[in-house]
Design a protein around this ligand. Structure first.
Ligand code: FAD
Length: 264
């Protein structure tokens, strides 16, 4: 088919199979920012609040996209998904896993101070919330929750954006790794179509919820007869496992979008 000869005769959706930096008004840019606060939100993760207010005008990104962030005081850079929606003052959040040892992890645990300067390059990546035309399945592993906090912030600000059911599945290793549960509960109060389920891999005292991997939470009725849009974000093994699970089902009328948090 010669696409250059096609004429659109009705409303139509065009899917571009390339990086979404080409979809925002401008490409990635490098900006100066400062660390406002490192908020420890679980035994293994922190939300880093960054003030990029020195940039004139709103930093334009799509929730789900990521930034390349310089580790303050070093020449090392790491990738992090925005855990917030774009805003006037460019007050940004990143949800970052604290590894036992790592350049960013060590900085956040041992040296970070409010006022530390850093640089970031953004927006990057092709993982972002597309127009909602089918029920949404959001699957987060660990700090993969970050991308969905951004998307859900955006939906909560404009509930008309998600007229269809949105279900978040959130899996972590241990109960002490769960974070932002109050924020997730608040989305459930703001968004009538939103529900969520959490699961931990290792049982511990006091946890009465399910134990296992995130696919153990899936039930046929979540998948709307195979017509959903699935968004997966987190460690590569979890993303691959969920993709494998979906591949085995009849999901011809579904799109699967994913972001793998490989070492960056
Ligand atoms: C597109 C993209 C988006 C990302 N978004 C996020 C995000 O929002 N939140 C987040 O926490 N992480 C995210 N990551 C992962 C992140 O960029 C870093 O790799 C991670 O934070 C480790 O950095 P570090 O400097 O602490 O450790 P490093 O100094 O890079 O590594 C220390 C050691 O840990 C290993 N390692 C590195 N990363 C991981 C990992 N993810 N799991 C297990 N072992 C690892 C390394 O191989 C090395 O042995 C993202 C990665 C990509 C590619």
């Amino acid at each position: 088919m010669l696409t250059c000869q096609m004429r659109v005769a009705s409303d139509c959706a065009v899917k571009f199979d390339f990086d979404s930096t080409l979809c925002t008004s401008a490409g990635p840019e490098e900006i100066e920012a400062i660390v406002k606060e490192v908020e420890i939100v679980s035994e293994s993760a922190a939300i880093v609040h960054i003030d990029a207010g020195a940039r004139a005008g709103q930093l334009d990104f799509l929730p789900g996209q990521y930034a390349h962030v310089q580790v303050p005081g070093t020449d090392e850079w790491r990738s992090y998904s925005f855990a917030c929606k774009p805003n006037d003052g460019n007050q940004l959040q990143f949800l970052i896993r604290l590894l036992p040892q790592g350049v960013m992890s060590d900085y956040l645990r041992d040296r970070a101070q409010p006022g530390d300067k850093l640089r970031l390059k953004a927006p990057l990546g092709a993982f972002y919330l597309h127009k909602v035309t089918r029920p949404l399945i959001l699957v987060a592993g660990g700090t993969g929750l970050a991308a969905f906090l951004g998307m859900l912030d955006e939906m909560a600000a404009d509930p008309a954006r998600c007229p269809l059911p949105v279900t978040l599945f959130y899996g972590v290793t241990q109960v002490v790794d769960l974070c932002e549960m109050e924020r997730i509960q608040k989305y459930a109060e703001q968004l009538p179509n939103f529900s969520y389920h959490s699961i931990v891999m290792k049982a511990s005292e006091g946890w009465q919820g399910p134990v296992g991997v995130v696919t153990d939470l899936f039930e046929e009725h979540h998948f709307n007869g195979g017509e959903v849009d699935a968004y997966l974000c987190g460690p590569p093994p979890m993303v691959d496992a969920v993709k494998g699970w979906l591949d085995q089902r009849e999901m011809d009328n579904s799109d699967v979008h994913y972001e793998k948090f490989s070492a960056s």
